[in-house]
Ligand binder design. Structure first.
Ligand SMILES: *[C@@H]1O[C@H](CO)[C@@H](O)[C@H](O)[C@H]1NC(C)=O
Ligand SMILES: *[C@@H]1O[C@H](CO)[C@@H](O)[C@H](O)[C@H]1NC(C)=O
Ligand SMILES: *[C@@H]1O[C@H](CO)[C@@H](O)[C@H](O)[C@H]1NC(C)=O
Ligand SMILES: *[C@@H]1O[C@H](CO)[C@@H](O)[C@H](O)[C@H]1NC(C)=O
Ligand SMILES: *[C@@H]1O[C@H](CO)[C@@H](O)[C@H](O)[C@H]1NC(C)=O
Ligand SMILES: *[C@@H]1O[C@H](CO)[C@@H](O)[C@H](O)[C@H]1NC(C)=O
Ligand SMILES: *[C@@H]1O[C@H](CO)[C@@H](O)[C@H](O)[C@H]1NC(C)=O
Ligand SMILES: *[C@@H]1O[C@H](CO)[C@@H](O)[C@H](O)[C@H]1NC(C)=O
Ligand SMILES: *[C@@H]1O[C@H](CO)[C@@H](O)[C@H](O)[C@H]1NC(C)=O
Length: 665
C-alpha cells in the first residue's frame, strides 16, 4: 500500500518535473519570448524575419525546460514537429532558419547571414556555446563548409554542420523506397520531425511536403550522437532565422514539442496564412505588388541557386580576411571565376564597361552565362569601400536593372559578377548597322524600362541612388529585349578619387549635365539630363555628339531644338524606322528629351514625371517657351539651350509655343 503510494508519487513527480509537451496550431497567445525582428502575425504565424536585410529573429518557448537527468547527466529524449515556410519575394533567398536548443534566448555575439543569428565569427564552434541546432540553410556559404544552398544540417555549437544532407524526403511504396528532392525555398509549407532517442543516442530528422510522407518514413538524417555534452540541464527551445544581404520571410506555421514523449501530430489541413510571392497563391500576390514578372523571378531563382550551388567548398590559395565574411553570401572563389572566363582570356572579352574590362563567362558546373567585370583597385581600403558599396547595390532589385550575382576579390582586383545579357547594349542596336534595327514599339518599351529603373533608384528604394552614367551603352538588353540598366551606383566610388579633396567628374561626354562641370556634383537632376540624351538618341538613332555630321547637326539636342522650332520634326527621326512609328509618341519623346536637357537643373522634370508621361498615365503638359537663347558653339564645348519652360497652358500664345505644342505635325 505504502509502496504503491510511493510509486505513484514518484511517477507523478517524474512526469510533472521532467516531462513536458506543448503544441501550437496558431501562435496567438502562445508562450513565446520573441526577440530580434520576430513577431506573431495577425494570422497567428510565427514570423522570424521579413524580407529586409540583414535581420535576426529569435523565438523561444518562454520557460526553461529540463533536458537532462540531473543525477546521471544524460540527455533526455525529445521530439518535435513543426511546419515552416520560406518565402523569397525577390531574387535571392535569405540565409535560412534553425530549430534551436540553447541555454539563453539572447545571442549577444550573433551575426546574421550564414551564422543564422546564433553565433558570431569568433564564437562559432566554441564548445562553451552549448547550442544544438538543426539548420535549414538556403544559401551556400563556403566559409562554413555548406554543402549546397538547399540543405539540412545538424549543428553542435557551430554552423559548420557535423552532418548535413541535401533537403529531400523518402517515400516507400510497394516495398520500394525512393528519395525525392525538396526545395526549402519553394514557398510551400514543409513539415519537419526531429526526434532524439536519449537511450539509443540517435537523432533523426525527417522532412516532407504537407500530406506526402509521414513521420514514420525513413529519416533524411539519422545521426548517432550523444547530445549529453552539448545540452545543459536547463535549456530554451525555439527557432532562429536570419537574412544577410539577401532576404526571405521565414515563418513557422505550427509547432509541437515534447520531452520524454512523442510530439503531438500537427493538423496540417488548415494552415494559417503566410506571405507568398507566387501569383498562384490565393490572397495577396507580392509579385504584382512589386511588379516583377513571375517568370523572371523563377528564372532568376533557378540561375542563382545554380550559381550558389557551384560555389565550392574552399581550400584555395585565396586569403579570406575576416571583414570579407561580412559580405559572405555573394562571394565567389577566384578559381571559379577564372575557370568561367578561361583564365580571363582575351577571347572572352566582351567590352570595356565603365571602370574595367568585362568578360563573358560560363560557370563551369552549371553552364550558366555570366558577365564578369574586373575592377582594378589601388588599396585594400578602397576595396573595402568598394565592397560596402557592392553589398549595398547588390540589394537593388528591379526588373530593369542588370542583376548583380556576386563578387570576388583577388588581391587588389575586385571582380563583379552580373547576369549575362545576351543581346548586349542598346547603343549597338542604335548605331551599328550589323544589328537589325529596333522598331518603334521596342524602342518605346526600352525607354520606359530605363525610366522605370531610374525612378526606382531615385525615389523607390530605401535611399536615393544616383546612377551618374546613364547612356545607351549602359542600357543592356536581356533575352526578351527588355531594357536593363547596368553599372548603377559604381561611379560614386570613382568620384572620391584617391584623396577625398578632389572630386573627379564621372560620366560620359555628351551625356553630362552642364552644371556638372561647375559643381562636379551628381544629382538626380543630372541623371535626368543624361536620360534626356538617351531619349533623343533612341528617337534619332544617333549619338548625342557626332562630329561626322554637318555643323548644325553635330550636337543632337541643338539640332532637335532647331528642327522642332522650324516645324521639321521628322527630319531628326531615325531613318532606320522607315516612317513606322506613332507620331504622337515620338513627338512626345523628342519634347521630353529636350525638357530633360534643360540647362537649369530644377526646371527638368523628375523621373516620376518622365515615367508617367511615357506610360501615358499623365498627359504631356503644355509647355510654353518664354525665353530662349541658343549659345554659340565654342569648339567642342557642349552648348545648350538657355530656355525656360513653364507648365502653364494659359500663356501658350507665342509662336514658339505653338510650334512646340504642335511639334512639327
Ligand atoms: C494541441 O493538440 C490538441 C489535440 O490535437 C488540441 O486539442 C489542442 O487544442 C492543441 N493545443 C494548442 C495550443 O494548439
Ligand atoms: C506561460 O508561462 C507562464 C510562466 O511560466 C505561465 O504562468 C502561463 O500559464 C503560461 N501560459 C500558457 C498559455 O501556457
Ligand atoms: C521588417 O522588419 C523590420 C524590423 O521590424 C522593419 O524595420 C522593416 O520595415 C520590415 N520590412 C518589411 C519589408 O516589412
Ligand atoms: C535519472 O538517472 C537516475 C540514475 O541513473 C535514474 O535512477 C533515474 O530514473 C533517472 N531519471 C529519469 C527521469 O529518467
Ligand atoms: C541515466 O538516465 C537515463 C534516463 O534519464 C537512463 O536512460 C540512462 O540509462 C541512465 N544512465 C546511467 C548511466 O545510469
Ligand atoms: C561537431 O562539430 C563541431 C564543430 O565543427 C566539433 O567541434 C565537434 O567536435 C563535432 N561534434 C561531434 C560529436 O562530431
Ligand atoms: C513487402 O514485403 C513483405 C515482406 O518482404 C511482403 O510480405 C509483402 O508482400 C511485400 N508487399 C508488397 C506490396 O510487395
Ligand atoms: C537531388 O538533388 C541532388 C543535389 O542537388 C542531385 O544531385 C540529385 O540528382 C537530385 N535528385 C533528383 C532525383 O532530382
Ligand atoms: C530513427 O530512424 C531509424 C531508422 O529509420 C529508426 O530505426 C529509429 O527508430 C528512429 N528513431 C527515432 C527516435 O525516431
Amino acid at each position: 500500500m505504502l509502496l504503491q503510494a510511493l510509486l505513484l508519487f514518484l511517477a507523478m513527480n517524474l512526469s510533472s518535473s521532467y516531462d513536458i509537451a506543448f503544441n501550437y496550431s496558431s501562435f496567438h497567445g502562445a508562450n513565446m519570448s520573441l526577440n530580434g525582428v520576430s513577431e506573431i502575425t495577425g494570422s497567428g504565424v510565427l514570423q522570424l524575419t521579413n524580407n529586409s536585410q540583414p535581420l535576426i529573429g529569435h523565438a523561444f518557448y518562454s520557460n526553461l525546460l529540463q533536458f537532462k537527468n540531473s543525477s546521471n547527466g544524460s540527455a533526455f529524449s525529445f521530439s518535435t514537429a513543426f511546419v515552416f515556410a520560406i518565402t523569397v519575394p525577390l531574387v535571392f533567398p535569405g540565409s535560412g532558419l534553425a530549430f534551436v536548443i540553447s541555454p539563453t534566448t539572447h545571442f549577444e555575439e550573433a551575426d546574421s547571414a550564414q551564422y543564422l543569428g546564433l553565433f558570431g565569427l569568433t564564437g562559432n564552434g566554441d564548445p562553451q556555446n552549448q547550442v544544438f541546432a538543426v539548420e535549414f540553410d538556403t544559401l551556400r556559404n563556403i566559409d562554413v563548409g555548406d554543402i549546397d544552398s538547399n540543405h539540412v544540417g545538424i549543428d553542435l555549437n557551430s554552423v559548420r554542420s557535423n552532418v548535413s544532407a541535401h533537403a529531400a524526403y523518402y517515400l516507400t511504396e510497394n516495398n520500394k523506397t525512393t528519395i525525392h528532392n525538396l526545395s526549402l525555398t519553394s514557398e510551400d509549407p514543409i513539415q519537419v520531425w526531429i526526434e532524439y532517442d536519449g537511450t539509443e543516442k540517435l537523432l533523426n530528422v525527417t522532412l516532407s511536403p504537407i500530406g506526402i510522407a509521414g513521420r514514420t518514413g525513413q529519416p533524411l538524417i539519422s545521426y548517432g550522437v550523444d547530445l549529453s555534452p552539448t545540452l545543459q540541464e536547463f535549456m530554451y527551445v525555439g527557432f532562429s532565422a536570419s537574412t544577410g544581404i539577401v532576404a526571405s520571410y521565414h515563418s513557422i506555421l505550427e509547432w509541437s514539442f515534447a520531452i520524454n514523449g512523442r510530439a503531438r501530430d500537427l493538423d496540417t489541413s488548415k494552415l494559417p496564412w503566410y506571405p507568398r510571392s507566387k501569383s498562384s497563391s490565393k490572397g495577396l500576390s507580392m509579385v504584382s505588388m512589386i511588379g516583377i514578372s513571375l517568370s523572371s523571378i523563377i528564372v532568376a531563382i533557378a540561375a542563382i541557386s545554380v550559381i550558389l550551388f557551384i560555389v565550392r567548398r574552399g581550400t584555395y590559395e585565396e586569403i579570406v580576411e575576416d571583414w570579407e565574411l561580412e559580405y559572405g553570401p555573394h562571394r565567389f572563389s577566384y578559381k571559379e571565376i577564372s575557370m568561367a572566363t578561361n583564365g580571363f582570356r582575351d577571347e572572352e572579352l566582351i567590352g570595356f564597361g565603365g571602370f574595367g574590362k568585362v568578360y563573358k563567362g560560363v560557370m563551369p558546373d552549371s553552364g550558366l552565362q555570366v558577365a564578369v567585370k574586373q575592377v582594378a583597385q589601388e588599396s585594400e581600403h578602397r576595396v573595402r569601400e568598394f565592397l560596402a558599396e557592392v553589398s549595398s547595390i547588390g540589394k537593388l532589385r528591379h526588373r530593369n536593372l542588370v542583376p548583380l550575382l556576386g563578387w570576388c576579390k583577388q588581391r587588389a582586383d575586385l571582380i563583379i559578377v552580373y547576369e549575362y545579357m545576351p543581346h548586349g547594349s542598346l547603343d549597338k542596336y542604335l548605331f551599328n548597322d550589323d544589328k537589325p534595327p529596333l522598331g518603334w514599339k521596342q524602342r518605346h518599351k526600352i525607354l520606359k524600362g530605363v525610366a522605370s529603373a531610374l525612378l526606382y533608384l531615385h525615389e523607390q528604394w530605401e535611399q536615393v541612388v544616383i546612377h551618374r552614367d546613364v547612356k545607351a551603352g549602359n542600357v543592356l538588353l536581356d533575352a526578351e529585349m527588355n531594357a536593363r540598366l547596368g553599372d548603377f551606383g559604381l561611379a560614386r566610388l570613382y568620384e572620391h578619387g584617391s584623396d577625398s579633396q578632389t572630386t573627379r567628374v564621372v560620366g560620359t561626354f555628351g551625356y553630362l549635365a552642364p552644371e556638372m562641370s561647375r559643381t562636379g556634383k551628381a544629382t538626380t537632376e543630372s541623371d535626368v539630363f543624361s536620360y534626356g540624351a538617351v531619349l533623343l538618341e533612341v528617337a534619332c538613332g544617333r549619338r548625342p555628339i557626332d562630329g561626322q555630321r554637318p555643323p548644325e547637326e553635330i550636337i543632337l539636342v541643338d539640332w532637335v531644338w532647331e528642327c522642332i522650332k522650324g516645324g521639321k520634326l521628322l527630319d531628326v527621326v531615325d531613318p532606320r524606322l522607315e516612317g513606322c512609328f506613332d507620331i504622337g509618341e515620338i513627338t512626345m519623346v523628342l519634347r521630353l528629351g529636350l525638357w530633360c536637357s534643360h540647362p537649369v537643373p530644377t526646371l527638368r522634370p523628375s523621373m516620376k514625371q518622365v515615367y508617367q508621361y511615357l506610360d501615358g498615365d499623365v498627359p504631356f503638359p503644355e509647355i510654353s517657351v518664354t525665353k530662349m537663347v541658343v549659345q554659340e558653339k565654342k569648339n567642342d564645348q557642349y552648348s545648350f539651350l538657355e530656355t525656360s519652360y513653364r507648365h502653364d497652358p494659359s500663356s501658350s500664345s507665342s509662336a514658339d509655343t505653338a510650334i512646340l505644342l504642335s511639334g512639327g505635325r
